[in-house]
Write a protein that binds this ligand. Structure first.
Ligand SMILES: C[S@@+](CC[C@H](N)C(=O)[O-])C[C@H]1O[C@@H](n2cnc3c(N)ncnc32)[C@H](O)[C@@H]1O
Length: 240
């Protein structure tokens, strides 16, 4: 097996291992602040898209499914009809949890680089706290472009690498590097998995780099905002 595949399989198997405790660990570690970021991602995307009837939203790296639930709940609140919400994730363990929580959505066990949907069949593709785990990111962004309709949106929420952190940014890094792995490791009994999280942020892209990658994959940037001491960043781009 080559190293890219090796690395990717190791990541997916780590998520399989922590799947049963993922939601509990997440609730404790995020203290619920991610909810407002998710809500904002949905509301702004619906506003940019400007349609009150949407055929298909695909949540890639759907994990235990919470973002799909946000797409559904915010659509109802805003009087938007969404016919199909689809979750895609290569971790059987994570998707099993999602299916139990949200049985009405549709699911595919697949990687971001290999989405089993037709060309130009989706209105919105989201990936929340997932793109960092995709080893072949360029291929994945091109795959999002392939499945999206013209003018369709890609919506990314992620912890981005901070090159010149402010004082508050340094506090974020301290929390992520020193405190978060211990909490997650304690709840999941898998310290290695939660040590991976800050390491993967250090290895990850800056916001500017991510914007360039999206543009190179055929998207036009619509919106970028960092929330709560730059902990989390929202990017929305449109397929040209
Ligand atoms: C931190 S979880 C995020 C889950 C969910 N999106 C959320 O917002 O809570 C990251 C997810 O990425 C998935 N993942 C890892 N590698 C992937 C890949 N190559 N393509 C798609 N998803 C992947 C993992 O299985 C895991 O469910």
């Amino acid at each position: 097996m080559n190293t890219t595949q090796d690395k990717q399989e190791k990541i997916v198997s780590m998520f399989d291992d922590i799947a049963p405790t993922y939601d509990t660990a997440n609730r404790v570690m995020s203290m619920g602040v991610d909810k407002s970021w998710r809500r904002k991602a949905c509301d702004l995307s619906y506003e940019f898209y400007g349609k009150d009837a949407i055929e298909k939203i695909v949540d890639v790296a759907c994990g235990t499914g919470d973002m799909m639930d946000f797409w559904n709940a915010r659509a109802k609140k805003l009087d938007i009809t969404v016919s199909d919400i689809v979750g895609v994730d290569p971790s059987i363990g994570m998707v099993d949890v999602a299916k139990k929580k949200y049985p009405t959505f549709n699911y595919h066990i697949s990687k971001a680089t290999d989405i089993p949907l037709d060309d130009a069949s989706c209105d919105i593709v989201s990936i929340t706290y997932g793109i960092r785990n995709v080893v072949e990111r360029k291929d994945a962004l091109e795959e999002f472009n392939r499945v999206l309709k013209k003018d369709g949106l890609v919506v990314i929420l992620e912890f981005m690498k901070n090159e010149n952190p402010s004082f508050l940014g340094k506090m974020r890094d301290f929390y992520m590097n020193k405190i978060l792995p211990r909490i997650g490791g304690f709840i999941s009994k898998n310290l290695e998995a939660y040590e991976y999280l800050p390491n993967s942020i250090e290895d990850f892209s800056t916001v500017e780099n991510m914007q360039n990658e999206l543009e190179n994959a055929g998207f036009e940037m619509l919106y970028t905002q960092s929330f709560s001491m730059d902990i989390s960043t929202l990017l929305i781009a449109r397929k040209k």
